[in-house]
Write a protein that binds this ligand. Structure first.
Ligand code: SF4
Length: 347
């Protein structure tokens, strides 16, 4: 049965039986957009956390049922829930936390394109994401001015054509896998015609939160393109990587795509050495290598997720003694004006 907010699940205990076998488009349509509905699904309507939520957040709630299904009913500290649940603390102003912490709007030569680093550029393909993460550094990005339809990609494509020094194009957003395969195919075909482009990188959290998005059409696109393909996933906790992801990630690997993961170091979610150790192992079990562990960008409304760099460094050093080098993500901070991410592993 559908409600205004998606399929109704009458018993909170029933979240484990939610049907996630429908198409990804249908599942996206049914994503939960109401805070009370989310609380009800995870059996927290009567929990003290219900008095701390923000029912009309600036960055609206959006979370697919396939992700909710991995939460633990009755656990107000569930690390998946806390990544998506809007809390009233977001409204408290915090000094130094701003709308555009990476100053991307200063590196926006044509609509839809961010060119900050040599050799690579980033295309904002869509404003949509399958999930809205409360700590997102792009939650205030003026997507309305940068939202491109297929025909409007032309200025960005022209810019890329005139810049032979750019070899890698990064599809980002929002989340590029919010685009359907037809739109992605048109875009990839246009990019393939730019001879100096060699690598297509996608930054996407969608396969983690909505594994059904990895359908045959997407795998075919990645398999058939002449460009080398890299998919940088975004998982922050081992509990996000359950057996439902296995077929999706296996299919992506068979397309020849290099699979990496970037995580954000988040207070109350993964700021423990055990948690991050488990994450690296869970990723490797699925053929994904940990790539970056970002400290939080100081974005407005997300200060409650932040930790001091010293704490992140300490946890990372403990992680270093536990993991082989290939499972150790680089601890990085993005600093506006730098031409690369800054490694902050060492003091
Ligand atoms: S999926 Fe990525 S871009 Fe989208 S809200 Fe989450 S962090 Fe932001």
């Amino acid at each position: 049965m559908l409600t205004e907010f998606g399929p109704r699940v009458d018993s909170p205990a029933g979240i484990s039986s939610i049907d996630c076998s429908t198409s990804w488009q249908q599942q996206l349509k049914e994503a939960v957009r109401s805070v009370p509905e989310l609380l009800r699904l995870v059996n927290l309507s009567q929990d003290p956390i219900a008095s701390r939520v923000d029912e009309s957040p600036h960055f609206p709630l959006r979370v697919p049922l396939s992700y909710i299904r991995r939460m633990t009913p009755g656990d107000a500290n569930d690390p998946l829930l806390l990544q998506v649940l809007p809390l009233s603390v977001e409204r408290q102003p915090a000094q130094g936390y701003i709308d555009d912490p990476l100053q991307e709007q200063h590196h926006n030569p044509v609509p839809g394109l961010v060119h900050k680093y040599p050799g690579r550029a980033l295309l904002i393909t869509t404003q949509a994401c399958a999930v809205h993460c409360r700590y997102c550094f792009r939650q205030h990005f003026p997507y309305a001015d940068n939202r491109l339809t297929a025909r409007q990609w032309q200025p960005a494509l022209d810019y890329l054509r005139q810049r032979p020094d750019i070899h890698e194009i990064i599809l980002s957003g929002g989340d590029p896998l919010s685009l359907d395969n037809k739109a992605l195919s048109e875009l990839i075909t246009a990019l393939e015609q730019i001879p100096h482009l060699t690598t297509l990188r996608l930054h996407s959290r969608t396969p983690i939160v909505l594994p059904a998005r990895v359908d045959e059409g997407l795998v075919a696109l990645l398999t058939q393109t002449r460009l080398k393909t890299v998919l940088v996933l975004h998982a922050n906790h081992a509990r996000e990587i359950d057996k439902e992801l296995h077929p999706a990630l296996t299919a992506l690997r068979t397309s020849g795509t290099v699979l990496l993961n970037q995580a954000v170091f988040l207070k109350g979610i993964n700021d423990q050495v055990d948690t991050l150790t488990e994450l690296s192992h869970a990723l490797f079990d699925q053929g994904v290598l940990p790539y970056y562990l970002h400290v939080l960008d100081p974005v407005a409304r997300a200060a409650h997720f932040d930790t001091a760099d010293d704490k992140a460094r300490l946890i990372w050093q403990q992680l270093q003694s536990r993991l082989p080098g290939y499972l150790l993500p680089r601890l990085v901070r993005e600093v506006p004006g730098d031409d690369h991410k800054r490694w902050i592993n060492e003091a």
